[in-house]
Write a protein that binds this ligand. Structure first.
Ligand code: 5GP
Length: 114
């Protein structure tokens, strides 16, 4: 029986996703249930559950990808700003047990925030 998370299956191309960016260690794809147009998830390819489980170099890679993609996502959907966040643990609302950063485009007067 497979114990892969849904995000590992996306990394392994076993289930489809709208992949927008890939590096050797990270993958970014559109959220299946976006809080706003362009809502993007950035994950380490390796299946760590919590942010603090990530080796520092992978944490740096993750944030480098978030840093690089944020202005691209904003421009793509003509957003005014972005909310960037990680639900780190079940009690914080983490539904998928594989570290992921949300890049959520924000628009003046919207209601998409956490
Ligand atoms: P969390 O609540 O764990 O921080 O966020 C999980 C996110 O993953 C949610 O925003 C949810 O819409 C998204 N998600 C869950 N399953 C899938 C999937 O199979 N594909 C994609 N692209 N996003 C998913």
């Amino acid at each position: 029986m497979s114990s892969k998370t849904i995000f590992e299956k996306i990394v392994d191309r076993e289930i489809p996703a709208r992949i927008v960016h890939e590096t050797e260690t990270t993958l970014a794809f559109l959220d299946a249930h976006p809080l706003a147009p362009g809502h993007t998830l950035v994950i380490p390819k390796q299946p760590y559950e919590h942010l603090q489980d990530l080796p520092p170099e992978l944490s740096a890679d993750l944030f480098e990808t978030v840093h690089e993609l944020t202005p691209i996502v904003e421009t793509a959907v003509d957003a005014d700003a972005t909310t960037i966040g990680i639900n780190n643990g079940e009690a914080a609302g983490q539904e998928v047990p594989h570290v992921h950063a949300h890049i959520i485009p924000r628009f003046e007067g919207d209601d998409s925030g956490p």
